[in-house]
Design a protein. Structure first.
Length: 241
């Protein structure tokens, strides 16, 4: 059973659990390195599956060792790999941080993101948008929380991504940041590109995009990872997923 080093680019919330995806060390002509999405044979991943032996939940920027068994491409999710989380816990090897992280993101921007967003021939990509806009909303009575993000990039046209409302963000870390900004009072925050950079003390934004599993006959685009440069630290409350 092979083990592979995976740079984690997304840890996200799903309706029935969680999901993760990242770059392997295998070269790819369009993405720089080959994307991998670890999955189980039948059920969704749970937080326990993404927890190391010492109790740490893996997060974006971690380089982890995973026991990948075999590819299980189910178009457009051609990046899926069956993984053994029972006998081989994820093992943290190191983290990608600082200037090395910034250089890595710049060097691994997808050369054909329309494959994902428009043609759905694959389901994962990394982009550096020209402009983003973000919103967070929390209804303190019902507890309903939403994080959304729209973006513009060159000639890339997508009706949802380019709309004012944007796409749903399922990135656990980004959701936690929005909850912190909203506070217990809740309400709504809407941020322009410049507002976002200033508030997060960031200089640039990269987005990991993914396609959902089929829902109502379609695989919907999601923002599965918001990667600010420089990076930000936030504590994720895994009990509030």
């Amino acid at each position: 059973m092979p083990t592979q080093e995976i740079l984690i680019m997304a840890v996200t919330r799903m309706l029935s659990g969680v999901c993760t995806a990242g770059f392997s060390r295998e070269p790819d002509p369009l993405t720089g390195l080959r994307w991998v999405r670890p999955v189980k044979e039948h059920d969704s991943l749970l937080l326990g599956d993404l927890t190391t032996a010492d109790g740490r939940v893996i997060e974006p920027g971690d380089v982890v060792e995973l026991a990948l068994q075999k590819p299980r491409p189910t178009p457009p999710h051609i990046e899926d790999w069956l993984a053994d989380f029972v006998h081989h816990r994820p093992r943290l090897l190191r983290r990608l941080e600082g200037e090395r992280r910034g250089h890595f993101l710049a060097e691994h921007v997808d050369r054909a993101p329309t494959d994902v967003l428009l043609h759905a021939t694959r389901s994962l990509c990394l982009i550096r948008p020209d402009r983003v806009w973000a919103s967070f909303s929390l209804d303190p009575d019902s507890g309903k929380y939403q994080a959304r993000l729209g973006f513009a990039q060159g000639g890339l046209t997508h009706p949802q991504a380019n709309s004012k409302r944007g796409l749903p963000v399922t990135d656990l870390k980004w959701e936690a940041l929005g909850r912190t900004w909203l506070g217990q009072a809740g309400g709504t925050i809407e941020l322009s590109h410049q507002d976002l950079l200033e508030r997060a003390n960031a200089q640039g934004v990269y987005l990991a995009l993914g396609l959902s599993r089929s829902y109502q006959g379609e695989c919907w685009p999601l923002v599965i990872g918001v990667h600010l440069v420089p990076d930000y630290r936030i504590e994720v409350d895994y009990r509030a997923l």
